[in-house]
Design a protein around this ligand. Sequence first.
Ligand SMILES: Nc1nc2c(ncn2[C@@H]2O[C@H](COP(=O)(O)OP(=O)(O)OP(=O)(O)O)[C@@H](O)[C@H]2O)c(=O)[nH]1
Ligand SMILES: [Mg+2]
Length: 192
Amino acid sequence: MRSRITCSLVGDAMVGKSRLLASFLGQNIIDLYAPTVFSTLKGIMKVGEKQLKVKFVDTAGQQEYSRLRAFSYKKSDVFILCFSAIDRLSFERIRSLWIPELERNVGKKVPIFLVATHKDLKYDANVKKCTCIVSTSEGERLAAEIKAEGYFEVNTVDYCCARKIFECAMCGVLSNRKGCFRTLKKYFSSRH
Ligand SMILES: Nc1nc2c(ncn2[C@@H]2O[C@H](COP(=O)(O)OP(=O)(O)OP(=O)(O)O)[C@@H](O)[C@H]2O)c(=O)[nH]1
Ligand SMILES: [Mg+2]
């Protein structure tokens, strides 16, 4: 088994990073919001025939924890970068805050997967009335702009979607290690 893969989840507070990870890990989903400070979890993940040692790092979206977050960046092999499809500010901050923060602190070429959460609320009539939702094409354009390896739209409670994201993330790391940073364009919203 190769060395451990570190997979970090980043993005604004309340976008659903912890719920996405909990869903993938089969943990009980509690809908009450509990802000993360910093949380790590180690385990073995099976991708195809491969058994991979993985460390998941769930970071805080709140700005007061930026130094703590940056501490984990250098050891990360892949980033799951999240915004909420019903929170335009979290989408805009991918460009204005998160990509610059990663560029400042990562220091190597690392695959990024862009994830839009709250897909289930995106088409809700009441939500649409009071917020300017982020469309799939806007998400795809941003993914292309930041050279993300994949773009996904999910309801984070959906285990299959969560699994797909983490599997693609692991494949991205393996390709990166082989030196063939192939593009894994996996659009997983309306197209899966
Ligand atoms: N309906 C719906 N609710 C979601 C979704 N993703 C997250 N939530 C809810 O949004 C709230 C915030 O989710 P968290 O996973 O705690 O957010 P976070 O990004 O980890 O936030 P920080 O730890 O503060 O950075 C919780 O109440 C979740 O249940 C989603 O896809 N759909
Ligand atoms: Mg969290």
